[in-house]
Design a protein around this ligand. Structure first.
Ligand code: PHB
Length: 390
């Protein structure tokens, strides 16, 4: 080939490559999903990832004419890792959305990156009230701790529980659990006789449970993050607390559906408040539980799975409504959405960007030989009371 033709050919190839790269850029809709897939909170990551992939399998991988690309990264549950991965996802991969966030500290550390890059950030798992205030680009599809523990405090007062010891994991959602439960319970004449906090990493509940036993409360109020409830309840029964008549009331993460099956009969009768039970009686939920079981090789979806499934819905609907535009337009498309989720009706408050949904009081019961969180009472359209008070 003549030299000039070689140059022309090369130029054409380079141009075509450039064009196809920019075509791919314009025609993909990238979601960066940050999850703890290894480490102590790996069960949360697995629930979230399975549900996000299930949503895509059921709803297609094209939205507003763009191919949806889910980029899943393992943050190992460590904030510094989350931060680095979020930066890479924004700068190198140019994701339109950051999503996931299995624990509050992971969401908090990424919030400034969402703000600086104007990237909508969908919090599918973490539940401390203040998260949505950490960035105007945050939208939450999980739940807020005050939403559930205030309802549980009301239930306790009405059900002859007057003296309580609280035992929570010592980090933000645990502190929210303790604070908002106590405030509501004490305002109605209840008494919190002791407040105990256990470390987040490798907790040993035994010495704390001994204190609970010695304090002789009517009930133990507790919060531990998803996945941890099995060891708490095992030690509760080993220390014989169930035998001395101390009832357990808990934020619903304690009896999360992923682990409830392995908790044993000590869990029977535990009363919790939460926004999702795999036993929720609706056609949408029955289909979801069945599909999730098939997709996961037999797991039961927990509230983490529903947070991710609904988060994907919010992202898809916003992308459709805004024709795949990113940044502020995409964020606007997320605000004010309302739809039916496996948990029941859900909306995203346009002002606070936080989730509004039903909260259920549930009791652990055996049904067909298996333990379930049976919903016994429903409170509709509950907003985060921590924000309503401001
Ligand atoms: C949180 O870190 O915000 C969190 C994690 C797990 C839960 C609830 C809250 O079950």
């Amino acid at each position: 080939m003549h030299k000039r033709n070689v140059i022309r050919a090369l130029t054409a190839v380079t141009l075509a490559m450039g064009l196809s790269a920019s075509w791919a850029q314009d025609n993909t809709f990238k979601i960066g999903l940050l999850l703890p897939l290894t480490g102590p909170f790996a069960s949360t990551g697995k629930q979230l990832e399975t549900a996000a992939r299930l949503y895509m399998a059921q709803n297609g991988d094209t939205v507003a004419g763009k191919k949806v690309q889910l980029i899943v990264k393992d943050d190992t549950g460590v904030p510094d890792v989350s931060k680095r991965l979020a930066q890479e996802l924004v700068v190198n991969d140019k994701v339109q959305v950051l999503a996931g966030f299995g624990l509050t500290p992971l969401a908090m550390t990424v919030a400034p990156i969402a703000t600086q890059s104007k990237t909508p950030m969908v919090v599918m798992a973490a539940a401390t009230s203040a998260i949505t205030e950490a960035s105007p680009y945050i939208v939450r599809t999980s739940f807020t701790v005050p939403q559930v523990v205030t309802i549980l405090a009301d239930w306790a007062i009405k059900n002859n529980i007057h003296k309580v010891v609280t035992l929570v994991t010592d980090y933000a959602p645990g502190v929210d659990s303790e604070t908002y439960f106590k405030q509501r319970f004490v305002a109605q004449g209840g008494q919190v006789i002791e407040t105990l906090r256990v470390p987040l990493r490798s907790p040993d509940f035994a010495p704390f449970l001994q204190k609970v036993r010695d304090a002789k409360p009517d009930a133990l109020f507790t919060f531990v993050p998803a996945g941890v409830g099995v060891s708490l309840m095992k030690q509760f029964s080993e220390r014989g607390l169930d035998k001395v008549g101390i009832r357990v009331i808990a934020e619903g993460s304690v009896t999360d559906d992923d682990i409830l099956g392995t908790m044993g009969d000590v869990a029977l009768g535990v009363v919790t408040a939460h926004h999702y039970s795999a036993a929720h009686n609706s056609a949408v939920n029955k289909r979801f539980v069945e599909a999730f079981g098939k997709a996961s090789g037999g797991l039961r979806p927990n509230f983490m799975a529903v947070g991710a499934y609904d988060g994907m819905h919010v992202i898809y609907e916003a992308a459709k409504a805004t024709q795949g535009a990113g940044k502020d337009a995409l964020l606007q498309g997320m605000k004010g959405q309302s739809f039916e989720s496996p948990r029941g009706p859900v909306s995203i408050d346009a002002q606070t960007r936080d989730v509004v949904h039903n909260i259920y009081v549930r009791k652990v019961e055996k049904n067909g030989g298996q333990l379930w969180n049976t919903e016994v009472q429903t409170f509709t359209s509950v907003k985060d009371p921590a924000k309503a008070a401001k």
